[in-house]
Write a protein that binds this ligand. Structure first.
Ligand code: ATP
Ligand SMILES: O=c1ccn([C@@H]2O[C@H](COP(=O)(O)O)[C@@H](O)[C@H]2O)c(=O)[nH]1
Ligand code: MG
Length: 190
């Protein structure tokens, strides 16, 4: 059984940045759904490249069968680890249902780390990210925020009802955010 922590929050809230630090220090493996999709988009021979790029540019959500298989394959390829940080997934109802169907009996969701951050700060961070992402532009960001508000935030609310959400405010410095995140992991691993 794989231990899983879902890491959610608006685009640019710092999910990737914080996950990299947790992976470095706490023996969890960081799996960014977005990074896995971008790698699949680039893979020679992939039948999904054009579909993935279209969703990424439009800030819409790739069908769960594709994303969940990439996640499960990455988990299988990892050795013996404490758990997985699943960054940026599940993003909508289709993702949640597909995950439950595909991963039943294979993964245990420990908790959901919710990095909350005001949208204007998130947008500024994405526009200054400098990684050449095809969705770090004003037009795509508007759509990504809309998708987050209407489809992803309700998933966080869903987990909240089961008492699984651990919110950390991420508009502060990386070190301040990370210090609170470590406390969350310490509490949940007691
Ligand atoms: N606490 C912080 N303070 C200032 N800048 C930050 C902070 N956390 C992350 N950043 C910067 O903001 C940008 C976005 O961060 P990151 O890629 O970690 O966000 P994300 O939530 O993974 O975004 P996305 O959902 O778009 O993948 C990066 O340039 C990163 O260096
Ligand atoms: O589960 C997922 C994760 C991501 N996507 C698509 O990728 C982009 C970028 O994701 P980031 O987490 O910001 O790297 C996202 O806007 C979606 O279009 C997805 O479909 N499903
Ligand atoms: Mg990211």
């Amino acid at each position: 059984m794989h231990n899983v922590v879902f890491v959610l929050g608006p685009p640019g809230s710092g999910k990737g940045t914080i996950c990299a630090k947790i992976q470095e220090n706490l023996n969890y493996v960081h799996l960014s759904a977005g990074d896995l999709l971008r790698a699949e988009r680039q893979r020679e021979g992939s039948e999904f490249g054009a579909l993935i790029e279209s969703h990424i540019r439009n800030g819409s959500i790739v069908p769960v069968e594709i994303t969940c298989s990439l996640l499960e394959n990455a988990m299988k390829a990892s050795g013996d680890v404490k758990g997985f940080l699943v960054d940026g997934f599940p993003r909508n109802e289709d993702n949640l249902q597909g995950w439950n169907k595909q991963m039943e009996g294979k993964a245990l969701v420990q908790f959901v780390l919710f990095l909350s951050c005001p949208v204007p700060i998130c947008i500024e961070r994405c526009l200054n990210r400098g990684q050449g992402r095809t969705d770090d532009n004003e037009e795509s960001l508007k759509k990504r925020v809309e998708t987050y508000n209407h489809q992803t935030f309700p998933i966080i609310e869903h987990f909240e009802k089961s008492g699984l959400v651990r919110e950390v405010k991420s508009e502060r410095s990386v070190d301040e955010v990370y210090a609170d995140v470590v406390k969350v992991f310490e509490q949940d691993n007691q």
